[in-house]
Design a protein around this ligand. Structure first.
Ligand SMILES: Cc1ncc(C[n+]2csc(CCOP(=O)(O)OP(=O)(O)O)c2C)c(N)n1
Ligand SMILES: [Mg+2]
Length: 422
């Protein structure tokens, strides 16, 4: 894929928004759609430097760096001089939309975990606990922005309009992805840790060269922050002033390795060494994640280069369904984070401010159940793949080695048929 072709496609998509699918921003209840700004991107040379958040941290009483928070775990709205303006126009309907997004994402995720336990999926990577980080940041993206996820970004996929059932084919082993990345500007899930940050940086450099007025966001984890790919992405994006937001969900664990094994400084402070701002946000506060990501994406679109957002959150479940966290972490840790649950805190706020009534919650409950049923039925109905499909799309024009391997595999398959007959 050349930079030119990538950027040309992006520009086309910006002009034509009719290709939007699934639940993305076309549903009345899904809220906070961003509108493309009229202004073109400033070049790196002419970009006016906006006041940049310093990466030096104020310390909270317990010695941890302070994080941006707009909603406390008790559901109280707190003021923030720097970030309030990014959610100033948010309406009660928008808030209910964010709540709905988080509830439905959690319901879908729970269904997928059950489907794995029932043998319908080979594996599942749950996002439990990370709903606010994903919905807040996902809803901050604009239709023409491009998203590069890991394998856990089910909430972001939801915001981008990728139908949840499409996420499950790869985990069932019936396809290699399941959606067209260019349909929703949402790249395929990436398992090779950190590699998507390089893809995102290259893509961002491409659209900047084209003068497209959009931004790129790359998701990655605390563990991925130790990968060379991520360091290279930071360097390249900084020196080329690429319009990319690095969104690190620090969920405290990389399988069984705690964040202390990845870094000696709070992760967001890494950005300082590369020459761009970094900020830590309460990753369980959907409003704060929305505000901070909007700010970072606006910087990118305004020609001010990359930003690192560290969403401080927690992986409430296992790494994947193949993992047993009781082997390496204490139950008390999870219990402490349960008190900061992202959905509960928004519910408390909605109730206390009379922005949602019992009818809303009851309707959402019914909608959640219907989603679970739809997902379950869709997975069970997925056809088995053609065994030879694995040899397709390896090389555009075919390859002698692939032909040889296909022939070997055909012979292997045929040997079973003979065995049956014998
Ligand atoms: C390059 C590479 N190395 C190792 C792995 C195995 N692996 C899969 S997930 C994972 C941990 C990732 O942790 P983190 O980046 O914090 O993301 P999280 O799973 O917590 O969302 C590792 C080491 C891999 N997939 N790719
Ligand atoms: Mg992690």
């Amino acid at each position: 894929m050349t930079v030119e072709s990538t950027a040309a496609r992006t520009t086309r998509r910006s002009a034509d928004t009719t290709g939007n699918t699934a639940g993305k921003r076309t549903t009345a209840k899904s809220t906070t759609a961003e509108k493309p700004a009229a202004s073109a991107r400033k070049s790196a040379a002419t970009a006016k430097k906006a006041p940049v958040k310093k990466a030096t941290a104020k310390k909270s009483p317990n010695g941890e760096p302070e994080l941006v928070q707009l909603l406390t775990p008790e559901g109280k709205r707190v003021k923030d001089a720097a970030y309030d303006k990014y959610v100033a126009g948010i309406t009660p309907e928008d808030l209910r939309g964010l709540y709905r997004d988080m509830v439905l994402t959690r319901r879908f995720d729970a269904e997928a975990t059950s489907l794995q336990r029932q043998g319908e999926l080979g594996l599942w990577a749950s996002l439990l606990g990370q709903e606010a980080a994903q919905i807040g940041s996902g809803r901050a993206t604009r239709e023409d922005d491009y998203v590069f996820p890991t394998y856990r970004e089910h909430g972001v996929a939801w915001c981008r309009g990728v139908d949840p059932t499409n996420l499950l084919g790869m985990f069932r082993g019936v396809n290699n992805g399941g959606w067209d990345p260019n349909g929703n500007n949402f790249h395929l899930y990436t398992i090779v840790i950190g590699s998507q940050t390089l893809h995102a940086t290259g893509y961002a450099m491409g659209i900047a060269k084209d003068g497209a007025d959009s931004a790129v966001i790359a998701y990655f984890g605390d563990g991925a922050s130790s990968q060379g790919d991520v360091a290279e992405s930071f360097t390249f994006s900084a020196v080329y002033n690429a319009p990319v937001v690095f969104f690190c969900q620090n969920n405290q664990w990389a399988i069984s390795e705690p964040t202390e094994k990845q870094t000696r400084v709070p992760l967001y402070q890494r950005a300082q060494g590369y020459g761009f701002p970094g900020v830590r946000v309460d990753g369980n506060d959907v409003l704060a994640c929305l505000a901070v990501t909007r700010w970072a994406l606006e910087r990118a679109r305004g020609g001010e280069g990359p930003t690192l957002v560290e969403a401080y959150t927690y992986r409430m479940g296992a790494h994947t369904t193949s993992d047993d966290p009781s082997k390496y972490r204490a139950d008390e840790e999870r219990e402490a984070w349960e008190a900061k649950d992202p959905i509960l805190r928004l519910r408390r706020y909605l109730e206390a401010s009379n922005h949602a009534d019992e009818g809303f919650f009851a309707e959402l409950e019914a909608e959640s159940e219907a989603l679970g049923k739809r997902v379950r039925e869709a997975v069970r109905a997925m056809p088995d793949p053609d065994h030879f499909a694995i040899f397709e799309n390896v090389y555009a024009d075919g390859h002698a080695l692939v032909d040889e391997e296909r022939a070997q595999f055909a012979a292997y398959q045929a040997s079973f048929a003979e065995g049956e007959g014998a």
